[in-house]
Design a protein around this ligand. Structure first.
Ligand code: FAD
Length: 410
């Protein structure tokens, strides 16, 4: 099988789905190749489903730029597509004097980065919003812009929109080699060989391996596992915002939050691991998550745990994203999208489009098709969603538990 495309996108996680959405809208003839038998099945199926504002992102980073770009577009788009969003806000809690002492610097860093709505609150204001919180809190910061969404439906509907506009999405197509003949890429996959004028590498945990296929070596993936517990829906009255710890150099820490379907979740942890594959649930980590639950919202331990899951972040040796374009060989890399890929998705895709348009200088072969409308989505009890007649397997535990729990109530 041999076909010509403007752009081949390798990888159907949240980054690949956003990129195929964006480029197809702009008139590029796109093909997305995914090695699994379904989209959104790796890093993007193991996240928290949060749309972060970027308040704690590295100053002047690509990550912050992408999150800000995404924030300016995402809420309009989720509304058009019919993707649920809950602007729940986040409460950062100081449990000791050392954490409390860091608040002024967090607030001033936020103000410098444009988040002037992040502010300190008194303990009494804190307990007014969060009456079930452990009474040991010494202070709080209110971060109003933080939101949660359906982390599976959003990328799936982006890819689906592209499909409806003529993009091809092929699963069970593992890319095995990429050869540049001076004008065109020949992409060999387990589903056939395809020709494209430009390639966008969105291969997540395998991003460095795919870059090497094109003779590039910019970063190394250092997988970082996260683990969660999911509490029964009936616990949702125990919190009114996402309860976040004061961040450290190694990450955001374990959060107690509600999914967009109102399940209370505790996680994620952050552990460096060797394997890039789906990580196993670790009992010791479960114990740690129980103790975070108990220390944060003591009542939570009276509620049933309805599930556990893990995710693996495509971290690298760098803290920032790696998004680059090789203009001599029409290759764009979207790498190391470690812990904010959902929050940065539409910013990443916008940046990729700019690189394709200006750095690569590729003209689209079709006309623009910017209109977006809500598709017809029906979740089934078999763990799938039928979207405009196409069946997609639900791979994210938060969507699965949230929607299946609602289905069982019908
Ligand atoms: C525990 C955890 C918590 C997180 N919480 C949040 C959060 O709350 N908010 C947020 O914004 N972000 C969060 N993230 C980060 C977010 O999930 C990631 O940034 C995002 O999923 C990365 O997306 P991706 O498309 O780069 O990678 P992936 O989702 O891994 O997609 C890459 C795809 O490429 C495919 N692929 C690889 N090799 C090949 C090949 N040879 N041929 C074809 N296809 C290939 C893979 O199969 C995969 O489907 C979290 C991540 C984790 C793990």
């Amino acid at each position: 099988m041999e076909t010509d495309y403007d752009v081949v996108i390798i990888g159907g996680g949240v980054c690949g789905c956003s990129v195929v959405f964006e480029l197809t809208q702009r008139g590029y003839r796109c093909l997305l190749l995914e090695k699994n038998d379904t989209l959104v099945a790796e890093a993007s199926s193991g996240n928290s489903g949060m749309l972060h504002t970027g308040f704690d992102a590295l100053e002047k980073s690509l990550e912050l730029d992408c999150i800000k770009r995404c924030q300016s577009r995402i809420f309009q788009l989720t509304e058009k597509l019919g993707v649920p969003v809950n602007k729940i806000g986040a409460t950062m809690v100081a449990w000791n004097q050392e954490q409390l002492a860091r608040f002024p610097s967090v607030v001033s860093k936020c103000a410098q980065a444009g988040f002037s709505d992040v502010h300190e609150q008194s303990v009494s204001q804190l307990y007014q919003r969060e009456p079930y919180l452990n009474r040991r809190a010494l202070g709080a910061l209110w971060i109003p812009g933080e939101a949660v969404t359906d982390p599976w439906l959003l990328p799936i509907l982006l890819a689906h929109d592209a499909r409806q506009k003529g993009a091809q999405l092929i699963s069970s197509a593992k890319v095995e080699s990429c050869d540049w003949d001076g004008t065109v890429w020949n992409i060999q996959s387990t589903h056939g060989t395809f020709r494209a004028k430009c390639v966008v590498n969105c291969a997540g945990l395998y991003g460095d391996i795919i870059d090497r296929l094109a003779g590039r070596s910019q970063f190394r993936i250092k997988p970082r596992k996260g683990q969660y517990t999911i509490y029964d829906h009936s616990a949702h009255t125990l919190i009114n915002s996402s309860i976040v710890p004061v961040p450290t150099d190694i990450g955001k820490g374990v959060i107690v939050f509600k999914s967009v379907y109102n399940n209370v979740i505790v996680g994620p942890t952050a552990e460096n691991v060797e394997s890039r594959q789906q990580a196993v649930i670790d009992d010791n980590i479960c114990e740690r998550l129980y103790s975070v639950a108990r220390d944060t919202v003591p009542e939570l331990n009276k509620y049933n745990i309805v599930g556990r899951y893990t995710g693996v972040r495509p971290a690298t040796q760098y803290k920032d994203y790696v998004i680059t374009a090789d203009q001599d060989r029409n290759w764009v890399t979207v790498g190391g999208i470690r812990s904010t890929g959902l929050s940065g998705s539409l910013g990443i895709s916008e940046l990729v489009r700019e690189l394709v348009e200006t750095r690569i200088g590729l003209e689209p072969t079709r006309g623009q098709y910017l209109t977006v409308s809500a598709p017809n989505v029906t979740f089934t009890k078999y763990g799938t969603a039928v979207i405009d007649g196409h069946e997609y397997s639900v791979k994210h535990p938060l969507t699965f538990v949230g929607k299946m729990q609602n289905l069982s109530k019908i």
